[in-house]
Ligand binder design. Sequence first.
Ligand SMILES: [Mg+2]
Length: 245
Amino acid sequence: MFSPLNATAQAELLRSLVERSRPKSGEARPVVVFDLDGTIFDNRPRTVAILRAYGEQVRQARPDLAEKLGGLHHEAVPYLLTDTLARLGITEEGDVNALRDHWVSCFFVDQWLHHDVALPGAVDFAKACWLNGASLVYLTGRDLPKMSVGSFASLRDTGFPIGVPGTALVCKPDPAIPDEHYKREVCPEMARVGNVIASFDNEPGNCNAFFEHFPSAASVLLATQHMPGAPALVSGCLTITDFRH
Ligand SMILES: [Mg+2]
Protein backbone atom coordinates (compact mmCIF):
# COMPACT_ATOMS: atom_id res chain seq x y z
CA MET A 1 0.00 0.00 0.00
CA PHE A 2 2.89 2.38 0.72
CA SER A 3 6.15 2.72 -1.18
CA PRO A 4 9.08 3.11 1.18
CA LEU A 5 12.14 5.06 0.13
CA ASN A 6 15.01 2.82 -0.92
CA ALA A 7 17.86 2.31 1.54
CA THR A 8 19.97 5.13 0.09
CA ALA A 9 17.15 7.67 0.06
CA GLN A 10 16.11 6.60 3.58
CA ALA A 11 19.66 7.12 4.86
CA GLU A 12 19.86 10.52 3.14
CA LEU A 13 16.57 11.63 4.67
CA LEU A 14 17.54 10.53 8.18
CA ARG A 15 21.02 12.04 7.97
CA SER A 16 19.54 15.33 6.74
CA LEU A 17 17.24 15.36 9.78
CA VAL A 18 20.20 14.75 12.08
CA GLU A 19 21.82 17.80 10.46
CA ARG A 20 18.64 19.88 10.81
CA SER A 21 18.60 19.00 14.53
CA ARG A 22 21.26 21.65 15.19
CA PRO A 23 19.65 24.73 16.76
CA LYS A 24 20.05 27.93 14.76
CA SER A 25 20.57 31.22 16.54
CA GLY A 26 17.42 33.28 16.74
CA GLU A 27 15.18 30.27 15.97
CA ALA A 28 13.19 27.95 18.21
CA ARG A 29 14.91 24.68 19.04
CA PRO A 30 14.26 21.82 16.59
CA VAL A 31 11.90 19.08 17.79
CA VAL A 32 11.64 15.50 16.58
CA VAL A 33 8.46 13.58 17.47
CA PHE A 34 8.38 9.80 17.70
CA ASP A 35 5.44 7.47 18.12
CA LEU A 36 6.33 4.31 20.08
CA ASP A 37 4.40 1.19 18.99
CA GLY A 38 5.20 0.12 15.45
CA THR A 39 7.46 3.17 15.02
CA ILE A 40 10.55 3.05 17.23
CA PHE A 41 9.46 -0.18 18.92
CA ASP A 42 8.46 -3.52 17.47
CA ASN A 43 5.82 -4.67 19.95
CA ARG A 44 5.21 -8.07 18.36
CA PRO A 45 7.61 -9.77 20.82
CA ARG A 46 5.30 -8.48 23.59
CA THR A 47 2.36 -10.32 22.02
CA VAL A 48 4.48 -13.47 21.65
CA ALA A 49 5.52 -13.38 25.33
CA ILE A 50 1.93 -12.80 26.48
CA LEU A 51 0.49 -15.64 24.39
CA ARG A 52 3.27 -18.07 25.32
CA ALA A 53 2.73 -17.29 29.01
CA TYR A 54 -0.93 -18.16 28.60
CA GLY A 55 0.04 -21.43 26.95
CA GLU A 56 2.26 -22.31 29.90
CA GLN A 57 -0.54 -21.45 32.35
CA VAL A 58 -2.92 -23.91 30.72
CA ARG A 59 -0.36 -26.49 29.58
CA GLN A 60 -1.55 -29.22 31.89
CA ALA A 61 -5.19 -28.99 30.84
CA ARG A 62 -4.53 -27.93 27.23
CA PRO A 63 -1.20 -29.27 25.97
CA ASP A 64 -2.43 -28.80 22.38
CA LEU A 65 -2.93 -25.06 22.93
CA ALA A 66 0.38 -24.71 24.76
CA GLU A 67 2.22 -26.36 21.86
CA LYS A 68 0.63 -24.08 19.27
CA LEU A 69 1.32 -20.93 21.29
CA GLY A 70 4.84 -22.04 22.16
CA GLY A 71 5.69 -22.18 18.45
CA LEU A 72 4.72 -18.57 17.78
CA HIS A 73 7.44 -16.27 16.41
CA HIS A 74 7.10 -12.50 16.26
CA GLU A 75 7.60 -12.42 12.48
CA ALA A 76 4.28 -14.33 12.25
CA VAL A 77 2.28 -11.77 14.23
CA PRO A 78 -0.05 -9.66 12.05
CA TYR A 79 -1.83 -6.54 13.32
CA LEU A 80 -4.97 -8.28 14.59
CA LEU A 81 -4.82 -10.85 17.38
CA THR A 82 -7.51 -12.99 15.74
CA ASP A 83 -5.31 -13.25 12.62
CA THR A 84 -2.34 -14.34 14.73
CA LEU A 85 -4.43 -17.03 16.41
CA ALA A 86 -5.93 -18.18 13.10
CA ARG A 87 -2.42 -18.64 11.70
CA LEU A 88 -1.72 -20.97 14.65
CA GLY A 89 -4.92 -22.89 13.93
CA ILE A 90 -6.67 -21.48 17.02
CA THR A 91 -10.19 -20.62 15.89
CA GLU A 92 -12.49 -22.21 18.49
CA GLU A 93 -14.57 -19.39 19.96
CA GLY A 94 -13.92 -20.23 23.61
CA ASP A 95 -10.15 -20.36 23.08
CA VAL A 96 -10.13 -17.17 21.03
CA ASN A 97 -12.16 -15.27 23.64
CA ALA A 98 -10.05 -16.50 26.56
CA LEU A 99 -6.84 -15.61 24.74
CA ARG A 100 -8.16 -12.21 23.77
CA ASP A 101 -9.12 -11.43 27.38
CA HIS A 102 -5.68 -12.53 28.58
CA TRP A 103 -3.90 -10.58 25.85
CA VAL A 104 -5.90 -7.38 26.55
CA SER A 105 -5.20 -7.64 30.29
CA CYS A 106 -1.44 -7.84 29.63
CA PHE A 107 -0.74 -5.91 26.42
CA PHE A 108 -1.86 -2.53 27.74
CA VAL A 109 -0.03 -2.49 31.07
CA ASP A 110 3.49 -1.49 32.18
CA GLN A 111 4.64 -4.96 33.15
CA TRP A 112 4.94 -6.41 29.66
CA LEU A 113 6.45 -3.45 27.80
CA HIS A 114 10.04 -4.61 28.37
CA HIS A 115 9.50 -7.30 25.71
CA ASP A 116 9.42 -4.64 22.97
CA VAL A 117 12.53 -4.26 20.83
CA ALA A 118 13.80 -1.12 19.12
CA LEU A 119 13.52 -0.89 15.34
CA PRO A 120 16.88 -1.15 13.55
CA GLY A 121 18.74 2.16 13.74
CA ALA A 122 16.10 3.84 15.92
CA VAL A 123 18.22 4.30 19.05
CA ASP A 124 21.20 5.65 17.09
CA PHE A 125 19.02 8.02 15.08
CA ALA A 126 17.22 9.41 18.16
CA LYS A 127 20.54 9.82 19.96
CA ALA A 128 22.11 11.59 16.98
CA CYS A 129 19.23 14.07 16.78
CA TRP A 130 19.37 14.72 20.51
CA LEU A 131 23.17 15.06 20.60
CA ASN A 132 22.96 17.62 17.79
CA GLY A 133 20.57 19.67 19.92
CA ALA A 134 17.02 18.67 18.99
CA SER A 135 14.40 18.08 21.65
CA LEU A 136 12.74 14.68 21.42
CA VAL A 137 9.07 14.02 22.16
CA TYR A 138 7.87 10.44 22.43
CA LEU A 139 4.17 10.90 21.65
CA THR A 140 2.21 7.73 22.17
CA GLY A 141 -1.32 6.41 22.26
CA ARG A 142 -0.28 4.38 25.31
CA ASP A 143 -2.16 5.68 28.31
CA LEU A 144 -0.76 7.60 31.25
CA PRO A 145 -2.44 5.60 34.07
CA LYS A 146 -1.30 2.12 33.08
CA MET A 147 1.52 2.34 30.54
CA SER A 148 3.64 5.44 31.17
CA VAL A 149 5.98 4.03 33.81
CA GLY A 150 6.73 0.94 31.74
CA SER A 151 7.19 3.08 28.64
CA PHE A 152 9.71 5.30 30.40
CA ALA A 153 11.62 2.23 31.62
CA SER A 154 11.52 0.64 28.19
CA LEU A 155 12.91 3.78 26.53
CA ARG A 156 15.63 4.05 29.18
CA ASP A 157 16.61 0.39 29.07
CA THR A 158 16.67 0.25 25.27
CA GLY A 159 19.03 3.22 25.15
CA PHE A 160 16.82 6.02 23.85
CA PRO A 161 17.46 9.48 25.31
CA ILE A 162 14.87 9.91 28.10
CA GLY A 163 14.94 11.46 31.55
CA VAL A 164 17.46 14.05 30.35
CA PRO A 165 16.92 17.70 29.34
CA GLY A 166 15.21 18.07 25.98
CA THR A 167 13.18 14.85 26.15
CA ALA A 168 9.56 14.16 27.00
CA LEU A 169 7.24 11.19 27.11
CA VAL A 170 3.68 12.24 26.29
CA CYS A 171 0.89 9.72 26.89
CA LYS A 172 -2.85 9.61 26.30
CA PRO A 173 -4.68 10.72 29.47
CA ASP A 174 -7.45 8.14 29.10
CA PRO A 175 -7.25 4.76 27.34
CA ALA A 176 -10.80 5.22 26.02
CA ILE A 177 -9.79 8.05 23.67
CA PRO A 178 -9.18 6.74 20.12
CA ASP A 179 -5.50 7.14 19.18
CA GLU A 180 -5.93 9.20 16.02
CA HIS A 181 -8.41 11.56 17.71
CA TYR A 182 -5.94 12.05 20.56
CA LYS A 183 -2.99 12.70 18.28
CA ARG A 184 -4.94 15.14 16.13
CA GLU A 185 -5.88 17.05 19.27
CA VAL A 186 -2.44 17.05 20.85
CA CYS A 187 -0.12 17.42 17.87
CA PRO A 188 -0.41 21.26 17.71
CA GLU A 189 0.85 21.26 21.31
CA MET A 190 4.22 20.00 20.08
CA ALA A 191 4.90 23.60 19.04
CA ARG A 192 5.20 24.41 22.77
CA VAL A 193 8.43 22.45 22.79
CA GLY A 194 9.94 24.17 19.76
CA ASN A 195 10.10 24.00 15.99
CA VAL A 196 8.86 20.58 14.85
CA ILE A 197 11.19 19.43 12.07
CA ALA A 198 10.07 15.79 11.83
CA SER A 199 7.53 13.31 13.13
CA PHE A 200 7.48 9.54 12.79
CA ASP A 201 4.44 7.28 13.09
CA ASN A 202 3.24 3.93 11.75
CA GLU A 203 -0.37 5.07 11.35
CA PRO A 204 -1.11 6.92 8.09
CA GLY A 205 -3.87 8.94 9.78
CA ASN A 206 -1.42 10.27 12.36
CA CYS A 207 1.16 11.11 9.68
CA ASN A 208 -1.53 13.01 7.77
CA ALA A 209 -2.49 14.95 10.92
CA PHE A 210 1.13 15.98 11.50
CA PHE A 211 1.57 16.95 7.88
CA GLU A 212 -1.50 19.20 8.08
CA HIS A 213 -0.29 20.91 11.26
CA PHE A 214 3.40 21.13 10.40
CA PRO A 215 3.62 21.23 6.59
CA SER A 216 7.27 22.29 6.58
CA ALA A 217 8.30 19.34 8.78
CA ALA A 218 9.02 15.85 7.50
CA SER A 219 6.04 13.62 8.29
CA VAL A 220 7.35 10.08 8.00
CA LEU A 221 5.43 6.81 7.99
CA LEU A 222 7.11 3.65 9.24
CA ALA A 223 6.05 0.80 6.94
CA THR A 224 5.67 -1.70 9.77
CA GLN A 225 2.03 -2.41 10.61
CA HIS A 226 -1.04 -0.21 10.84
CA MET A 227 -4.72 -0.47 11.64
CA PRO A 228 -6.82 -2.22 8.99
CA GLY A 229 -8.83 0.31 7.02
CA ALA A 230 -6.32 3.12 7.57
CA PRO A 231 -6.65 6.16 5.28
CA ALA A 232 -4.30 6.75 2.37
CA LEU A 233 -1.17 8.72 3.13
CA VAL A 234 -1.48 12.30 1.93
CA SER A 235 0.90 13.45 -0.75
CA GLY A 236 3.95 15.01 0.89
CA CYS A 237 4.39 12.41 3.62
CA LEU A 238 7.35 10.06 3.27
CA THR A 239 7.66 6.34 4.03
CA ILE A 240 10.64 4.46 5.43
CA THR A 241 11.23 0.84 6.47
CA ASP A 242 13.23 1.45 9.64
CA PHE A 243 15.81 3.94 10.96
CA ARG A 244 18.99 2.56 9.42
CA HIS A 245 21.07 5.43 8.15
MG1 LIG B 1 2.06 3.34 16.59
